[in-house]
Design a binder for this molecule. Structure first.
Ligand SMILES: Cc1ncc(COP(=O)(O)O)c(C=O)c1O
Length: 415
C-alpha cells in the first residue's frame, strides 16, 4: 500500500512517529490523502471515503467548496501576504461583530492555539491576576499558556503539566473543574481571589461532544460575574458550527467577556484564529495597550478571503442549511440499534456515538466509555468507506456537502 510506504519514510523524517499532529497517528499506519472534494477523501491507496472528520471541524462547507475556492484563487492574483493592514481584516471583523453581541473588537491570529494563548494573556493583563480555571478535558490548543494540563487528573485544584517541557511554575496557575459542575466552580472561586479567567468550550467538542446541562452556561456566567472573573468562551469548534451568530453563545444566550474563534472562520481550511470581545479588555492589546501580541501571518489575505466567502455563504443560506445539517445528524442517530441509542449525542451537525449507556455529562464519564468497542466500530466504519475521527473523544462532523446517499451510507455503516 502506498500509504504504508509513505508512512515508513515519514517516520524517518517527521518526529512523533511520522505525523504532523498527534491525532493523525492511526494504527498500524494512517492513510495518506491524495485529494478531497465535497464530502469525500481519496486516499493514496485509491480508496474513496466519506469524510466525517472534516479536518476536525473547519470544513462545514465540505472540501474545495466552489465559493471558497473562487475566493482563494482570486486572492492569489493580488498577492498573499502584505505585512500591512488590508481592508479584508475589517470585512471579516465586521461580520464577527455583527453576528455576536458579545464581540466589540476582533484581533486576528493564525491558529486557535494562538487565539486562546492571547486571550488568556489578555485576561491576566486586564485583571492583574495569575490563575485561570479550565474544564477537565477541555482542549484549547498546544501552547504553554497553562492549558496543557492533564484532563481528568485527580487534582482539580492544582495543575500538573501534561507534557514534558511545560514548566510546573506556569501550570500551577491552572485550576480545573469538571464540566457541568457549578458547585465546584463556586467553591473554587470562594477560596481564590487570584483568578483572572474561566476558559471553557461552551460545548465540549474535544470530549465528544458533551452538552451543557440546562442553565449550566447561564449559571457559569452568573458565578463568574459575582466573583469578577472574566469568562472566555473558546468557540474554535462551535463558532458558526451551531448557527449564525454562534457559536454556543448565541444559541444559549450567554455573553462571555472574551471569545476565541478559529477553524470555520478561515473558510474551513486556511490557518486562522482570532480573539475578540469587550472593547475595554481588547483595548489593552499592543501596541495601543500593554499586552503584547504579534504575528507575521496574522490577518493574511488568503485566510481572510476564504473566511469571508465561507461566512457569506453560511449567512446567505442560514435557515435551511443549519436545519438540514441537524436533520442529517438526527437521521444517523435514529438509525442506531436500540442497545446503542443511549450513547448517541448530537447537537446540530456535531455528533458522536459513545460506547456507554447514557450521554456523558463530563470528561470523567466520557472516559468510562468502552474504547475497545469504539475501536472495533471505527475499523468497521472505515471498511464501510466512512472516515470518522479515530478517537472515542473526538467529535464527528457533517458538512453541507454530505448528500442523502452519504447520510444513508453513514447510517447504514453504523449497524
Ligand atoms: C476548542 C479548541 N480550541 C483551540 C484549538 C486549537 O486550535 P488550532 O488547532 O487551530 O491551534 C482547538 C483545536 O482543535 C480546539 O478544538
Amino acid at each position: 500500500m502506498r500509504s504504508e510506504e509513505l508512512f515508513s519514510e515519514a517516520q524517518t523524517l517527521i518526529p512523533g512517529g511520522g505525523v504532523s499532529s498527534p491525532v493523525r497517528a492511526i494504527k498500524p499506519y494512517p492513510f495518506y490523502t491524495r485529494k478531497a472534494a465535497g464530502s469525500h477523501l481519496v486516499t493514496e491507496d485509491g480508496e474513496d471515503l466519506i469524510d466525517c472528520c472534516l479536518g476536525y471541524g473547519p470544513l462545514i462547507l465540505g472540501h474545495a467548496h466552489p465559493a471558497v475556492r473562487e475566493a482563494i484563487c482570486s486572492c492569489t492574483e493580488d498577492g498573499w501576504l502584505y505585512g500591512t493592514p488590508a481592508e479584508k481584516e475589517l470585512t471579516l471583523a465586521r461580520m464577527l461583530v455583527a453576528d455576536h453581541p458579545s464581540v466589540d473588537m476582533v484581533r486576528f491570529v493564525s491558529s486557535g492555539s494562538e487565539a486562546t494563548m492571547a486571550a488568556i494573556r489578555l485576561a491576566r493583563g486586564f485583571t492583574n491576576r495569575e490563575d485561570i480555571i479550565k474544564i477537565e478535558g477541555g482542549f484549547h490548543g498546544a501552547h504553554d499558556g497553562g492549558v496543557l494540563i492533564k484532563a481528568g487528573s485527580g487534582a482539580t485544584t492544582m495543575g500538573v503539566p501534561d507534557s514534558a517541557g511545560v514548566i510546573p511554575d506556569v501550570v500551577k496557575h491552572t485550576l480545573q473543574v469538571p464540566y457541568n459542575d457549578t458547585e465546584a466552580l463556586s467553591a473554587l472561586l470562594e477560596n481564590n481571589d487570584n483568578v483572572a479567567a474561566f476558559i471553557l468550550e461552551p460545548v465540549l467538542g474535544n470530549v465528544g461532544p458533551v452538552l451543557p446541562d440546562e442553565n449550566y452556561l447561564a449559571e457559569v456566567r452568573k458565578i463568574t460575574e459575582e466573583h469578577d472573573v472574566l469568562l472566555i468562551f473558546d468557540e474554535v469548534i462551535t463558532g458558526y458550527r451551531l448557527g449564525i451568530g454562534g457559536g454556543a453563545q448565541v444559541k444559549y444566550g450567554i455573553t462571555p467577556d472574551l471569545t476565541t474563534f478559529g477553524k470555520i472562520i478561515g473558510g474551513g481550511g486556511l490557518p486562522i484564529g482570532c480573539f475578540s470581545g469587550r472593547r475595554d479588555i481588547m483595548a489593552l492589546t499592543a501596541p495601543a495597550g500593554p499586552v503584547y501580541q504579534a504575528g507575521t501571518f496574522s490577518g493574511n489575505p488568503l485566510s481572510l478571503s476564504a473566511g469571508i466567502a465561507c461566512l457569506q455563504y453560511l449567512r446567505n443560506n442560514r435557515g435551511g442549511l443549519y436545519q438540514m445539517l441537524e436533520e442529517n445528524a438526527r437521521i444517523i442517530g435514529e438509525s442506531l440499534p436500540t442497545n446503542k441509542v443511549g450513547g448517541f449525542v448530537h447537537l446540530g451537525s456535531m455528533f458522536k456515538l459513545f460506547f456507554r449507556k447514557t450521554p456523558p455529562r463530563d470528561y470523567r464519564e466520557a472516559k468510562q466509555s468502552d474504547t475497545e468497542a469504539f475501536s472495533v466500530f471505527w475499523n468497521k466504519m472505515r471498511k464501510a468507506g466512512i472516515f470518522l475521527p479515530p478517537s472515542q473523544f473526538e467529535t464527528n462532523f457533517l458538512s453541507v456537502a454530505h448528500t442523502e446517499e452519504d447520510v444513508a451510507a453513514i447510517a447504514g455503516g453504523i449497524f
